[in-house]
Design a protein around this ligand. Structure first.
Ligand code: GLC
Length: 560
């Protein structure tokens, strides 16, 4: 990872940053690699796999939370921000991870979960003790509604009310997630200062930056029922920037489910002094059901998907910066959601990677995506571990709805699809652990694993490796101007990227059928093939026949 400042590009206002050419790899530590045999992944396990990640070519590892936590939400409920959860290792292991990663040109991004803490955090333990506690105002307390119920009808993302009564004081506290994740009161300057101190403590340890959990929630104003994009959200981020990472050359990415192209420019605009980029979900949520959300996802409508992807490419073309992703630890497996795991697993996984990695922005790979890991075929609720899935199942059954239907939805969209053990080899449990894993491995590990792919030049893994390398070699992939083609075509996705005399053309078939398109003259299909998921046939004619899930990229320089 180069930390040096680059001169601005001649033909664009964007100042070059090292993270513009970076590819980020997300590790979910619990499920990545277990070095002790206790069934839970850990930091020494990640260190063992750094050579693997270096071979893939990634520049940054985003570590999902590794801090001390009762693990109600697998670490997104922190009880000590400045120590490592014992099941993951020690601070010494962490320092070793940073040092060993740096030797391989890899930076470590920490997951900053500061919208809420765990209910076991000393601040909350103190705060709940009495109304007079010096820490009371670290959290958000309200008197009951006159009828004795919660102060208002805000709901938790994990189901049910966002308020829990604290019997001793007779007041309710707010939790936008589980009741064991009380929301911090960002209006209190003491809270903000404590968080900034903690951030600086980690920055001093040499990390490459932060991924910021549900950062769009920190400006909430509960009495007005405002949760996302509160009036002081951007003031807080500017203050955080000034007091912590602003003068350090690090990467910051804010998770923001509510982000629009407009707000993304506020978060990531180059004169705003806030974040490097936001992680926004419009391409994900556009295919959710209006009533049941992700639990009843709709089939992918490619015209809609293209319009959302294109909208973001254009909106952040000259200012701000995009993050690019298909999946993470909260989402289903990319190839299961957008590809085809029955007949075209390899082709469709490579197609999805091609389309995403050649867009403008910083690509994120979620662990296992690089080998095309798939959703789980769990049949019983006992196999699921995720708090959200378990809560939603309970509410679903209590409402008298069919448990089978719930499992069907969870198989498609539940968060555990992404959380099964990393499939390293055909050894028991995919080689993730020598013990018994905290969650069952996907039964397809004997055939779908890292070991069988790294040595196979035609594997999904090697396709990802090529795409990552291309971004480092070709400025047009990093900075080229984006233009979409065939916007109304229901089956193919086509775009070009242009920088100076270079022109990149990306063409992808999103279906399991042959599709023929008539190439317009203006598209000027020419050049050499940079990457493709079928043996490339070099007879491009006006009538272009694409094979199932075929995707390729051509680079041409019409001036040559
Ligand atoms: C974010 C995390 C998710 C977590 C939630 C609460 O959305 O990605 O895993 O449950 O925040 O911290």
């Amino acid at each position: 990872m180069s930390q040096s400042a680059h001169p601005p590009l001649a033909n664009s206002g964007i100042e070059r940053k090292w993270w513009h050419t970076a590819t980020i790899y997300q590790v979910y530590p619990r499920s990545f690699c277990d070095s002790t045999g206790d069934g839970v992944g850990d930091l020494p396990g990640i260190i063992e796999r750094l050579d693997y990640l270096q071979a893939l070519g990634i520049t940054v590892i985003w570590l999902s939370p590794i801090f001390v936590s009762p693990m109600d939400d697998n670490g997104y409920d922190i009880s000590d921000y400045q120590d490592i959860a014992p099941e993951f290792g020690t601070l010494a292991d962490f320092d070793r991870l940073v040092a060993e990663a740096r030797k391989r040109g890899i930076g470590i991004l920490l997951d900053l979960v500061v919208n809420h803490t765990s209910d076991e955090h000393p601040w909350f333990i103190e705060a709940r003790r009495s109304k007079d506690s010096p820490f009371r105002n670290y959290y958000i307390w309200r008197k009951p509604d006159p009828d004795g119920g919660p102060p208002n009808d805000l709901t938790s993302s994990f189901g049910g009310a966002a308020w829990t009564l604290e019997p001793q004081s007779g007041e309710y506290y707010l939790h936008l997630f589980s009741r064991r994740q009380p929301d911090l009161n960002w209006e209190n300057p003491e809270v903000r200062d404590a968080i900034y101190q903690m951030m600086n403590w980690w920055l001093d340890r040499g990390i490459a930056g932060f991924r910021m959990d549900v950062i769009d929630l920190i400006g909430k104003q509960v009495d007005a029922r405002i949760t996302t994009d509160g009036p002081h959200l951007h003031d807080y981020l500017q203050e955080m920037n000034r007091k912590t990472f602003g003068n350090r050359d690090v990467l910051t990415v804010g998770e923001a489910w509510s982000a629009t192209p407009g707000s993304a420019l506020l978060y990531s605009g180059r004169r705003r002094g806030e974040l490097s980029m936001v992680f926004q979900f419009e391409h994900v949520t556009q295919s959710w059901d209006e009533v049941y959300g992700k639990w009843r996802p709709k089939p992918i409508d490619l015209v809609k998907l293209k319009s959302v992807l294109g909208k973001w490419q254009h909106a952040l073309a000259d200012d701000g910066w995009n993050s690019l992703f298909w999946g993470n630890h909260d989402l289903p497996r990319a190839v299961s959601r957008y590809g085809n795991t029955s007949g075209y697993h390899v082709e469709s996984a490579k197609m999805l990677a091609t389309v995403l990695h050649l867009m403008k922005g910083t690509p994120f790979i979620y662990q296992g995506e690089e080998i095309g890991m798939t959703n789980v075929p769990f049949t019983s609720i006992e196999q699921y571990k995720d708090i959200e899935t378990l809560n939603m199942h309970r509410l679903h059954v209590e409402a008298g709805r069919s448990p089978e239907q719930f499992i069907h939805g969870a198989n498609q969209s539940g968060r555990d699809n992404a959380r099964t053990p990393m499939q390293w080899s055909a050894a028991p449990h995919g080689g993730f652990t020598t013990g018994s894993p905290w969650i069952e491995a996907n039964p397809n590990y004997p055939t779908l694993n890292v070991e069988s792919q790294v040595t196979d030049d035609r594997s999904i893994w090697n396709h990802y490796r090529r795409l990552i390398a291309l971004r480092k070699q070709h400025q047009v992939i990093v900075y080229g101007q984006y233009q979409s083609w065939f916007d109304q075509h229901p089956d193919v996705l086509v775009y070009t990227r242009t920088l100076d005399d270079d022109r990149l053309i990306v063409i992808a078939n999103f279906t399991s059928r042959d599709v023929t398109i008539t190439v317009p003259n203006e598209l000027q299909l020419c050049g050499s093939c940079l990457v493709s998921n079928y043996p490339f046939v070099d007879d491009i004619s006006e009538e272009l026949k694409l094979r199932p899930y075929e995707a390729f990229a051509l680079l041409c320089n019409p001036a040559e």
